[in-house]
Design a protein around this ligand. Structure first.
Ligand code: AMP
Ligand code: ZN
Length: 443
């Protein structure tokens, strides 16, 4: 099956041609676990998941790796502010992230390497780049020399003669403002977060983290690298420069970037304070999968404007779609299936795929049982959890905690209701606030 994806590198639709027969090696830049993920971050992770599911649906075996950035400037700053360690900080927010991924039916990546587990490899990579003259030592760290790189900036279509942007940071004695840090020497603000290295004690730069984790888990050349559009420059641009200088081989054949979730015309981000978490979404009575439906409703390369009204629309639509999934499962309709696979394998056109699902449910020539079977097939890619839910026996202690939580919420004691939710979660159950009240599910 031919899968076409828009490759940021060529700015065109390209046919995927995996390097290893039927196996697709795919690396996704994961979160920096210094805070709760917002639904903008989660859109990008849903897009990664749709890509993976589409590839699996079309018969590929996907080696999907997503890293966890558990050491960088943001981690250190936040740990200092909260008087904690980066280890404790990352463990806390990684757990929240994993719960969000699960609630959104995002398939667990096959590997989730942590940057702190790969420091030795990052040091070795930096040593080789120094030895081979691609990097040099400046006053505050080791820098990659952009002028030594072939084709620097091709991914972002950078004009290297143009003024460098102010966000290019680092030492005053860098050779070129675009040179970027592979390694940052220890400073007092780092609060002891530092590792010994032959070129000086310190910690890795953010870009080298992904280069090393991708190389170690998937090899020197991979099929697909993904992330949000903000990563095209500088993160992915710098990953390519250092990885290709290191190995002398192409780093990734295809680059797939998800567009932003926007709020009132601005990118959703923590720094702008306009972000919403999945927790808020459920506390406002929405099902998390309504958010997934909302994401599927737009092409991943389009900006997605988030409003509560739009989410409400998605929730209603999802409820209607679910109502067409019956208990009797017939045979998936071959014609609809064929059209579905053509649509999703054409650059993951999920909005057209949803339109096809609606066409199917309105089609009187297909029996309800066959509609159910076809929708369940589509759901292998949608991941909307359309399969009829098994009725679960909820243990008494969980029911008692849930009841106490309803009472706490009724008396607006939200800290107590949050505490009870955490307790329920810790016992292996999820609790969701829906239009019909609380829903309790086994994790
Ligand atoms: P971070 O935890 O900040 O490293 O971000 C994790 C992922 O979310 C990256 O791939 C970002 O590109 C992506 N991202 C950040 N903000 C948004 C947004 N508003 N909409 C969609 N993706 C985003
Ligand atoms: Zn990355």
């Amino acid at each position: 099956m031919v899968v076409k994806l828009f490759n940021t590198l060529s700015r065109s639709l390209e046919e995927l041609k995996p390097l290893h027969d039927n196996e697709v090696r795919m690396y996704s830049c994961g979160p920096t676990v210094y805070d709760y993920a917002h639904i903008g971050n989660l859109r990008t992770f849903i897009v990664n998941d749709i890509l993976r599911r589409t590839l699996e649906y079309t018969g590929y075996n996907v080696e999907h790796v997503m890293n966890i950035t558990d050491i960088d400037d943001k981690m250190i700053m936040r740990a200092n502010k909260e008087s904690t360690t980066i280890g404790a900080l990352s463990q806390k927010y990684e757990n929240f992230l994993l719960a969000d991924l699960k609630t959104l039916n995002i398939l667990a990546p096959k590997k989730m390497p942590h940057a702190t587990e790969h420091i030795g490899g990052m040091i070795a990579m930096t040593e080789k780049l120094l030895r081979e003259g691609f990097a040099y030592i400046a006053s505050d760290g080791v820098y990659f020399e952009v002028a030594k790189s072939k084709n620097y900036g091709a991914l972002a279509h950078l004009d290297l003669n143009a003024e460098t942007e102010s966000r290019v940071e680092g030492a005053l004695d860098k050779k070129n403002p675009r040179d970027f840090a592979l390694w940052k020497f220890e400073s007092p603000e780092d609060n002891g977060v530092a590792y010994e290295a032959s070129f000086g004690r310190g910690r890795p730069g953010w870009h080298i983290e992904c280069s090393e984790m991708s190389r170690d888990t998937l090899g020197e050349t991979i099929d697909i690298h993904t992330g949000g559009v903000d990563l095209v420059f500088p993160h992915h641009t710098n990953e390519i420069a250092q990885s290709e200088a290191y190995s002398g081989k192409p780093f990734a054949n295809m680059w797939v970037h998800a567009e932003f979730v926007m709020v009132d015309g601005q990118k959703m981000s923590k720094s702008l304070g306009n972000h919403t978490t999945l927790k808020t979404v459920t506390e406002r009575g929405f099902s998390p999968l309504a958010f997934r439906y909302f994401v599927l409703g737009s092409h991943y390369r389009s900006k997605l404007n988030f409003t509560w009204e739009a989410l409400e629309g998605a929730q209603t639509a999802l409820g209607r779609l679910e109502s067409h999934v019956g208990e009797i499962i017939g045979v998936a309709n071959a014609d609809y299936q064929k059209r579905f696979v053509e649509i999703v394998s054409n650059d993951l056109d999920t909005s057209r795929a949803l339109a096809l699902a609606w066409e199917l449910v309105k089609d009187d020539s297909v029996s309800p049982a066959d509609k159910t079977a076809t929708l369940l097939h589509f759901d292998k890619v949608f991941g909307l959890g359309l399969a009829p839910k098994q009725t679960e026996i909820i243990p008494e202690n969980i029911q008692a905690l849930a009841l106490a939580r309803t009472e706490a919420r009724a008396s607006k004691n939200f800290s107590e209701s949050d505490r009870l939710r955490d307790e329920i979660n810790a016992l292996g159950w999820d609790i969701l606030d829906t239009n019909n009240g609380q829903e309790i599910r086994k994790k």
